[in-house]
Ligand binder design. Structure first.
Ligand SMILES: [Cu+2]
Length: 66
């Protein structure tokens, strides 16, 4: 399981937006977003480059914490 810290989520709408953005990436499944922790976790069916994941999150309007 992979996890990533996300900055800027404040409500369930944000959770849905991030969940959808990550779920739309080919090779990623079982996306779970934790609003309190500001974290997303997911499984990779095949290797997905981190920059693809980060780009999808930024495109959705959020940012990634290193
Ligand atoms: Cu929100």
């Amino acid at each position: 399981m992979k996890s990533i810290k996300i900055k800027g989520m404040s409500c369930q709408h944000c959770v849905m937006a991030v969940t959808r953005a990550l779920g739309a990436i080919e090779g990623i499944r079982d996306v779970r977003v934790d609003l309190d922790k500001g974290m997303a976790t997911y499984q990779e069916e095949k290797p997905v480059p981190a920059d693809v994941v980060i780009a999808a999150i930024r495109k959705a309007g959020y940012d990634v914490v290193d």
